[in-house]
Write a protein that binds this ligand. Structure first.
Ligand code: 5GP
Ligand code: MN
Length: 317
């Protein structure tokens, strides 16, 4: 069980630490990267010793982010000591991979917005109503009256827009918009960021063309899904947006995409409209996430995994 902190207490704890390791979930997305690298940049500006770790590769899609090169991939036999390990945008210890084993910190602080948070850290700031961890970062900066430069604002803005579908998803609140407005005042140009995040690589579009024929429907058209078999899977190609091609279809309440990342290892991405809480479905497979966006891993052949997800969805629809 974690001790839950106020934002002020989070700010104080960050300021009191001299050496910090920041980390976030594997398969990092814009929110994990933007919120963590933005906070790291600020803490470095305060003269602190800061490392940023992820137990994964960072997709080239994110190379436009300022300071992204600060991110390191830890190796198991190298132990890093720190005053504080800060785990951002990750709801459970397994989501940070080996980072938990490579860092010996005096305390672990978790800053998160997943409803499925397991309260694994010593200290926790959880706001399941925040659209993104980046939104929590903006509130923290406001609360502590910390100054952000344009690079930090760009990182937090990317975090927010990528987790709330550029203000389209239901997690978008008035506060989300207010925090985004602060970032515009700090120098962010939303059209510059939209341009980079809406631009897909040719390889990604070519893969999409091969994946779209797999589009299928079940449960009377309420479920739409796509599949990437291992023969088409390529870790370096960005596919995070593919699931939306199954979601935004008339009559579809739940969409999912299965990716066979290794033969027999299936990553599942679930998305839903207001009707269904997919975090519960993902939790049933040991995963988690948000009500309308969740994920899990299933160890089974691709067809069998699809069948298992469809069965689980049948129970909640
Ligand atoms: P995505 O489908 O984009 O990978 O993930 C959607 C949401 O679910 C994200 O907020 C992500 O952090 C969360 N999520 C995805 N996979 C897992 C998982 O295996 N475990 C947990 N706890 N959360 C997950
Ligand atoms: Mn997030």
């Amino acid at each position: 069980m974690s001790k839950e902190l106020s934002l002020k207490e989070v700010g104080k704890m960050l300021m009191e630490a001299q050496s910090l390791v920041l980390c976030f979930h594997v398969s990092p997305d814009g929110d994990a990267l933007g919120s963590s690298v933005g906070l790291a940049r600020f803490l470095k500006q305060q003269g602190k010793n800061v490392k940023v770790f992820v137990d994964d590769v960072v997709n080239d899609f994110y190379k436009f982010l300022p300071d992204v090169a600060i991110i390191q991939r830890p190796v198991l036999d190298e132990i890093h000591e720190a005053d504080l390990l800060v785990v951002l945008d990750a709801s459970s210890r397994d989501r940070i991979g080996i980072v938990g084993d490579c860092v010996k910190a005096k305390a672990i602080l978790n800053i998160d917005h997943h409803i499925s948070n397991t309260k694994f850290a010593d200290y926790l700031y959880l706001d399941a109503n925040a659209a993104a961890t980046g939104e929590i970062m903006c509130e923290l900066f406001e609360e502590m009256q910390w100054k952000m430069d344009k690079a930090i604002a760009t990182l937090f803005y990317t975090a927010i827009v990528m987790d709330c579908g550029t203000f389209k998803f239901s997690c978008t609140s008035a506060k989300t918009m207010r925090m985004a407005a602060n970032l515009l005042e700090a120098g962010v140009d939303p059209s510059d960021i939209a341009e980079v995040i809406d631009t897909q690589s040719r390889a990604s579009m070519e893969l999409l063309a091969k994946v779209l024929p797999s589009l299928s429907f079940a449960h009377g058209g309420k479920v739409g899904y796509l599949a990437i078999p291992n023969s088409l899977y390529n870790k370096s190609i960005h596919t995070d947006n593919f699931v939306n091609y199954a979601r935004y279809i008339e009559g579809v309440d739940v969409a999912f995409m299965v990716k066979e990342v290794e033969p027999g290892v299936i990553r599942v991405s679930l998305r839903s409209t207001k009707a269904v809480d997919v975090s519960i479905v993902a939790a049933g497979f040991g995963g988690g996430g948000h009500m309308r966006a969740a994920g899990c891993t299933i160890n089974a052949p691709l067809d069998e995994a699809i069948k298992q997800v469809l069965d689980a969805l049948g129970k909640v629809l």
